[in-house]
Design a protein around this ligand. Structure first.
Ligand code: AHN
Ligand code: ZN
Length: 326
């Protein structure tokens, strides 16, 4: 019996030895690198989904509405509860149709003194009209904004919760932008959209604010989402697109983060780029509805039931991997 045990141990030792010698320095280095790339922090998509439901429970967050006011308080409170240093920009903006709206951009900072920073942003307001609704009678109702609004915010709130538990090496700023969606869909005028971000770009929350780059999340929760490489993102920040898509694909989310080149989309990132901060847009261009976006885009059907936790996970985990790879 003793002899038998010894034999097994000897064989195991020899096998281990030979496999070790076979493993070249390069493979070992690759293994170490792969290990370092494994996310230390797990994005909880169920938590993110709960944040979508909570936002939608206020009703459509149309600027000026009671739902908007109450949800703004909720968002600032959430960021505070996750340990962010929260500042708010409150301003009155005039929309293309002449409406004066009380707006607020909500900013949560992590590691405020770190010079190497990342800006993560998403709009939290809802479009006042579901002008794309299949039922013409409902086109003057507001959009519930589960995907178009709440999904990006929900992912960033779960990122914030993780940041409060695992301090990142770099600084991270979460910017929840207002009045993105009160734009004129009839005119080819960029400037009617993203009013909150335009205000922020002209009045940064910190003078001389210079993050390394920004990542905008817009419509990041619908089942079957496809994140093609959006045109302006590639134009202004190709290297960042490449890196974020590489990180996503390495984590197994290549079905979402595809290598196709996408359309040119007027969104918050345009005004961040124009302010000199490279910024990409992760935006669902699955094109299901013929609009180029998800099927329920700017309809009354943009409700939490169309949100898929697998999509939230793909985007949220990619954000965490990007942050914690520094
Ligand atoms: C336009 O339709 C011009 N831009 C889409 C930006 C947007 C609307 N994102 C969410 N809702
Ligand atoms: Zn919209």
């Amino acid at each position: 019996m003793k002899y038998f045990c010894f034999l097994i141990m000897a064989v195991m030792a020899l096998a281990g030895c030979s496999s070790r010698t076979k493993q070249g320095a390069e493979t070992q280095a690759a293994a170490v690198e792969a290990k370092a790339a494994v996310p230390e922090v797990e994005f909880d998509a169920d938590s993110a989904y709960a944040r979508v439901v909570e936002q939608c429970a206020f009703g459509p967050r149309v600027p000026g509405s009671e739902a908007h006011r109450r949800c703004g308080d909720y968002l600032a409170g959430r960021l505070r509860s996750y340990g962010a240093a929260v500042t708010e920009q409150r301003m009155t903006l005039t929309t293309f149709d002449g409406t004066e709206i009380n707006c607020r951009n909500i900013i949560g900072e992590y590691n405020p003194d770190a010079s190497k920073r990342l800006l993560l942003l998403a709009h939290w307001d809802c479009r006042p009209w579901a002008d794309n609704d299949p039922d013409p009678a409902r086109r003057r109702e507001p959009v519930p904004g589960a995907n178009d609004g709440a999904s990006g915010v929900a992912v960033l709130l779960e990122v914030a919760r993780q940041l409060s538990v695992n301090a990142p090496k770099i600084g991270v700023d979460i910017l929840l932008t207002d009045a993105e969606d009160w734009g004129d869909s009839g005119a080819g005028n960029d400037d009617t959209w993203a009013l909150g971000t335009q205000y922020w770009a002209a009045n940064p929350h910190k003078p001389g604010y210079r993050p390394m780059y920004g990542i905008l999340l817009d419509m990041v929760g619908a089942g079957g989402a496809v994140f093609a490489r959006e045109y302006f993102s590639t134009y202004y920040a190709r290297g960042i697109v490449d890196e974020v898509w590489r990180v996503a694909q390495a984590a197994g989310y290549g079905d979402y983060f595809v290598d196709d080149s996408g359309g040119a989309i007027t969104d918050d990132h345009i005004f961040v780029n124009r302010a000199g901060i490279p910024c990409i847009d992760i935006i669902d261009q699955s094109g299901d509805g013929g609009t180029g976006f998800f099927k329920q885009w700017h309809t009354t059907g943009d409700t939490p039931d169309i949100i898929d936790t697998a999509t939230l996970k793909a985007v949220g985990q990619t954000m965490l991997n990007v942050i914690y790879n520094y």
